[in-house]
Design a binder for this molecule. Structure first.
Ligand SMILES: [Zn+2]
Length: 580
C-alpha cells in the first residue's frame, strides 16, 4: 500500500514537472478598454525569474519602449520573488488597437487592448448613483412599500424606474464570478476589470498592497484634464470600497489609513460620509490612524469647511461653502429604517446625522455653481450591508432613500439636458420576494402564515409619510422576502425593531458561526440550517446581473446587456475625458 502511494506521488511529481511553465502575465489584462491618454501602469511578470536578455516584449510588433515613448525598467527576481518584472509606471496611449506580446523562451503570452477616444463633450454634469448590493427584489419591495399596489398596479413610479434608458449590467471581476464592492466600484470609476478587494489597481504579485499596477480613476482624469468639481457622498464610512474607488489605488480595500491620504491627494470638492476615526492623528482619542496625520486639519488648510452633523452641513451650505468634508459618524451613518422608524443603531450617539437624500441635496447645492460642471457619486451603501445581515426591511428602506436621492437629482437636472444621471448597483444579493406573511392564516408555524400565489395578500403597512416610507411595517400582513444564502440562523418573519438583525454569532469552534439564539426564541421563529461555509456569519453577494437606469446626454448608450466597465466608458464619453 505504502509503495503504491509513493509511486502515485512520483507520477504526480513527474506530471507536474512536465506541465508547461506558468505563462507571463501582462497588465493591463487582455481585452482591456483604456481611455485614450489615461494613465496606467504597464507591467509584465515573467515566471522563474529570467534575466532581461532572455525575454522580449513587443507592442504591435515593436519594442514596448518605442510605442510608449519611454524606457521600461526590468527587475530580475522582483522583491526577491521567483519572477522578473518589466515596468512602465504612468504609461498612456493614443486611441487604437494594441497587441502586446511577451516572449520567454518558447512561451509567449498575448493580450489585446482597445484604447478608445471620446467624441465632443455632451454633458456638463454627471451624477452616478450606486445602490450597493441593490437587486431586483429590493426595487420591487420598495415600489410596493412606497407607492402601494392595488389590483396589480402600482400607485406611482419610482424615480429610479422612471428614466428613458435601461440596461442589464454584469459585474464579475477578472478573478471570480461573484465580486465585491471594491472591484465592482473600481470598474465604474476606472473602466478596468480587476479582482476582489482591489481598488484602482490590477492584482499582480507585488507584496505591498500599494505597489500593484495602477489605473487612473475618473476623479484623477478629471483633475488632470479640466476644472470640473467632484463630489463623493455615501452613508458608509467614506473609506469604504465604493466611495474609495473614486480616489484609491490599493490591492486591499481595508487600507483605510492610506485611503484617507488618497482623498487628500485628489481632494474631491465635496466629501461626505461616516468613518471619522481614520482622519484623526493617532494621539487623538478614538483615532484609528497609526501615524500623526491630522487629515481634518489638512482639509481645513486646503479651504474645506468641516461638518460633523446635519446642522453643520446645512450651515456650511447656506454659508456658501464650495468645499466640504462632512463626517457624520465614527462608523456607517444609520439607515432610513433607524433614522425614521426604529431609532436603533447609533441614533442615540449621533442624533443629528443627515441621510443620503439630505446629503445629495447639500452636495448639489455646493457643486452646481461650478462653471465647468461636476461629477458626483452618491452611494446608498447600506442596501448591501443590511442584505448581508438578512435584514431586508432595512435594505428596502434604504432603497426608498436611494429613490428619493435620485428624485432630488432629477429635480436638479430638470429640463437642463446637460446632466447625465445613472442609477446602478455594483453587484447583486440573492434576494427574492416570494409572497406575504398573513398572521390571520391558521396554524402555529411561520410557514403556515406564508401566503403564496393567490394567498399572497397585499401588505397592510402603516400609512406612508411624505417621503414615501411606511410608518409601520410590523403589521399583520407583511411582505415575505427571502435570501438565497445564509449561515445557520433563525428567521422571525418580522421586522427587527430592536436593531439590525444579527443572523449568526460566534460558535464554540474558532472561526465558525451558529444561529443567533435570541431570534430562535421569538414566536414562530424558524430555524434554518445554513447553506454557506461555517466561517460565514452573514449572507453573500450574487453574480446576478444588476439593472442600470439612466437619463440625460449619453444615456441612450445604455441598452441590452453590458459589462460594468462600460459605465465608465459612457461617462468618459459624455464628459470628453479622452485625449492627452
Ligand atoms: Zn457587500
Amino acid at each position: 500500500m505504502q509503495a503504491q502511494r509513493l509511486l502515485m506521488m512520483a507520477v504526480a511529481a513527474t506530471l507536474a514537472g512536465a506541465a508547461p511553465a506558468v505563462a507571463q502575465t501582462i497588465y493591463p489584462i487582455d481585452r482591456a478598454e483604456i481611455l485614450e491618454g489615461s494613465h496606467f501602469d504597464f507591467k509584465v511578470e515573467f515566471p522563474d525569474a529570467p534575466a532581461s536578455a532572455d525575454v522580449n516584449v513587443t507592442v504591435n510588433g515593436k519594442p514596448a519602449a518605442e510605442i510608449f515613448g519611454r524606457q521600461t525598467t526590468f527587475m530580475q527576481n522582483e522583491e526577491g520573488q521567483k519572477h522578473s518584472a518589466m515596468w512602465l509606471r504612468g504609461a498612456s496611449l493614443p486611441a487604437g488597437r494594441y497587441v502586446v506580446e511577451a516572449t520567454q523562451g518558447s512561451n509567449k503570452s498575448t493580450v489585446a487592448w482597445e484604447v478608445f477616444s471620446t467624441p465632443a463633450r455632451r454633458a456638463k454634469n454627471v451624477i452616478l448613483f450606486v445602490g450597493d448590493g441593490f437587486s431586483i427584489a429590493h426595487r420591487t419591495a420598495a415600489r410596493i412599500m412606497s407607492k402601494g399596489l392595488k389590483e396589480g398596479r402600482y400607485g406611482g413610479e419610482l424615480a429610479i424606474d422612471d428614466m428613458p434608458n435601461m440596461a442589464l449590467i454584469s459585474t464579475s471581476g477578472s478573478d471570480s464570478v461573484v465580486t465585491d464592492s471594491a472591484n465592482a466600484a473600481h470598474a465604474y470609476t476606472t473602466g478596468h476589470k480587476s479582482c476582489v478587494n482591489a481598488l484602482g489597481v490590477y492584482c499582480a504579485k507585488n507584496a505591498l498592497t500599494l505597489d500593484h499596477p495602477k489605473v487612473e480613476t475618473i476623479s484623477e482624469v478629471i483633475r488632470r484634464r479640466n476644472k470640473m468639481a467632484i463630489g463623493v457622498v455615501t452613508n458608509a464610512e467614506i473609506e469604504d470600497a465604493t466611495p474609495a474607488s473614486m480616489v484609491a489605488h490599493t490591492r486591499r480595500r481595508s487600507d483605510y489609513n492610506d485611503i484617507v491620504k488618497m482623498f487628500l491627494d485628489v481632494k474631491p470638492d465635496v466629501i461626505m460620509g461616516g468613518g471619522s476615526p481614520n482622519f484623526l492623528p493617532k494621539a487623538t482619542n478614538g483615532s484609528k490612524r497609526t501615524d500623526d496625520l491630522d487629515a481634518i486639519a489638512k482639509f481645513k488648510e486646503a479651504g474645506y469647511s468641516v461638518a460633523t452633523s446635519k446642522t453643520e452641513m446645512n450651515a456650511a451650505v447656506s454659508g456658501g461653502a464650495k468645499k466640504l468634508l462632512g463626517l457624520y459618524n465614527t462608523g456607517n451613518i444609520d439607515g432610513a429604517f433607524d433614522l425614521r422608524l426604529a431609532k436603533k443603531g447609533t441614533i442615540s450617539k449621533f442624533p443629528d446625522q443627515p441621510d443620503v437624500v439630505e446629503q445629495t441635496k447639500a452636495a448639489l447645492e455646493m457643486l452646481k455653481g461650478n462653471e465647468d460642471g461636476f461629477f458626483l457619486m452618491v452611494e446608498s451603501a447600506r442596501i448591501d450591508k443590511y442584505s448581508h445581515s438578512l435584514d431586508w426591511e432595512r435594505a428596502v428602506f434604504d432603497t426608498i432613500m436611494l429613490d428619493n436621492a435620485v428624485k432630488a437629482a432629477k429635480d436638479f437636472a430638470g429640463e437642463r439636458n446637460d446632466t447625465l444621471i445613472i442609477v446602478v448597483a455594483d453587484h447583486a444579493h440573492p434576494v427574492s420576494l416570494i409572497g406575504s406573511y398573513n398572521d390571520d392564516r391558521p396554524g402555529q408555524l411561520l410557514r403556515d402564515k406564508l401566503g403564496v400565489y393567490q394567498d399572497s395578500v397585499v401588505p397592510n403597512y402603516g400609512p406612508r409619510d411624505a417621503d414615501g416610507y411606511p410608518t409601520d411595517v410590523n403589521t399583520s400582513h407583511r411582505l415575505a422576502v427571502v435570501f438565497g444564502t445564509y449561515p445557520d440562523t433563525c428567521d422571525t418573519g418580522r421586522p427587527y425593531m430592536d436593531g439590525e438583525r444579527v443572523p449568526a454569532v460566534a460558535g464554540a469552534e474558532k472561526n465558525t458561526y451558529v444561529a443567533n439564539e435570541k431570534d430562535c426564541t421569538a414566536p414562530m421563529a424558524v430555524r434554518k440550517q445554513g447553506n454557506l461555509p461555517f466561517e460565514s456569519n452573514s449572507g453573500v453577494h450574487a453574480a446576478d446581473d444588476v439593472v442600470l437606469t439612466a437619463m440625460g446626454p449619453g444615456a441612450e448608450k445604455f441598452r441590452g446587456h453590458k459589462p460594468n466597465t462600460y459605465v465608465f466608458r459612457v461617462m468618459a464619453e459624455a464628459l470628453a475625458l479622452g485625449g492627452k
